[in-house]
Design a protein around this ligand. Structure first.
Ligand code: EPU
Length: 337
């Protein structure tokens, strides 16, 4: 375990925002957890668990301790006739894990290729893309309580997964550290999900639908639409796609016949926040150091040296326009600190 002071977090968040952490603790060895909850500084000052930093906006310096779990390892713990259980530790890069599964002929998460971030953060917001969410194949999550030292395992059901949400955003917020997650993946008779329009279109360029061609197609779509955080700071979708009553969506379709609408439940539908933002004229706009990505209006970008407050101001203005034009309140997907 390493404890350091006054550490810059700029390279630890995909937005590339400068912020200083008073204290920074990196834990790479699971054995260090045995007495971790007794660490003096965690009793007296606030702390925050930071994974890959791909879904966070730093709004100021952090006058407490950033805990950065960096446990490594991917282990096939059980192989059955049709499926395998694979455990991945929190510090592994998510896309390295997807690559491991695809290479080992394990299906279930190939549609989630190239999502930035670490594996420990994946269950927190139930990451999803191209018609798949991790809740579809996640078996369990192994956790450590930073206040008490207690270790527990939650089943998929107990994680209370929903669209971009889980128990880790509500009852289990802050003081539970994710050690590892276990996925149940298919090893024979793959049942690929290629229903998402853009994915099925892209797959037509390939000779067959396979783990490899799905991964390649997803990577192609993502790299052509979403900015690479290494080149332009961003945190993927800044807002969630709003869930509204069917009646509300019908009112919008009456005026905008081409508005994208997806079934969500018997009474609700999901609208595309990117589309709503584009209709308000924000797509491709730059204001000082920040802006709205030119190919995907759901993504806010840092053109260099932006402060968190500039991103917040932009997002507030976007929210106001969408509310004024459509009467819909956008919610942020990114966490603020
Ligand atoms: N659209 C526009 N203008 C835009 C952006 C989108 O009109 O500027 C329209 C598209 O034409 C399409 C619809 O909105 O008809 C949906 O767009 P897209 O397929 O790009 O997906 P999304 O709903 O904007 C969601 C996820 C992404 C994920 C993609 C693909 C959320 C908040 N975002 O975006 O996740 O990659 O689907 O499955 O659910 C992320 O969470 O960071 C993320 C990138």
């Amino acid at each position: 375990m390493e404890i350091n002071n006054n550490i810059s977090l700029k390279s630890l968040n995909s937005f590339g925002i400068e912020a200083i952490a008073k204290t920074f603790i990196e834990i790479s060895d699971i054995n260090d957890l045995t007495n971790f909850h007794k660490t003096e500084i965690l009793k007296s000052e606030p702390y925050y668990i930071l994974g890959g930093g791909s879904n966070i906006l730093f709004t100021k310096d952090f006058a407490g301790t950033i805990i950065h779990p960096n446990f490594k390892g991917i282990v096939i713990i059980e192989e059955n006739k049709d499926s395998s259980l694979v455990k991945v530790f929190a510090g592994e890069v998510w896309d390295d894990f997807v690559n491991f599964c695809v290479t080992n002929n394990l299906s279930g998460i190939e549609n989630l290729s190239l999502i930035p971030g670490n594996c420990g953060a994946a269950p927190v917001q139930n990451i999803g893309a191209f018609g798949v969410e991790i809740k579809d194949c996640m078996e369990s999550v192994e956790l450590y309580n930073i206040e008490t030292g207690e270790k527990i395992t939650l089943t998929n059901n107990e994680c209370k997964f929903g669209y971009r949400t889980s128990i880790f955003k509500t009852d289990f917020k802050n003081n539970w550290l994710i050690i590892s997650t276990t996925y149940k993946l298919t090893n024979t008779n793959h049942n690929f999900n290629t229903s998402y329009g853009a994915l099925s279109e892209e797959l037509k360029k390939h000779n067959e639908v396979s783990l490899k061609s799905i991964r390649e197609s997803v990577i192609f779509i993502r790299t052509s639409k979403l900015p690479d955080p290494k080149e332009m700071g961003n945190a993927g979708s800044f807002f969630k796609n709003p869930i509204v009553k069917i009646k509300k969506a019908e009112e919008i379709i009456k005026i905008f016949a081409n508005a994208p609408v997806y079934k969500f439940s018997e009474t609700e539908v999901k609208l595309a926040a990117g589309w709503l933002i584009e209709q308000c004229g924000w797509k491709g706009k730059q204001i000082g150091n920040v802006g709205v990505h030119k190919k995907q209006a759901l993504v806010l970008v840092n053109y260099g040296n932006a402060k968190g407050i500039e991103i917040i101001n932009l997002s507030e203005n976007i929210k106001k326009s969408v509310f004024d034009k459509f009467g819909i309140k956008l919610e942020t997907e990114v966490n603020f600190l």
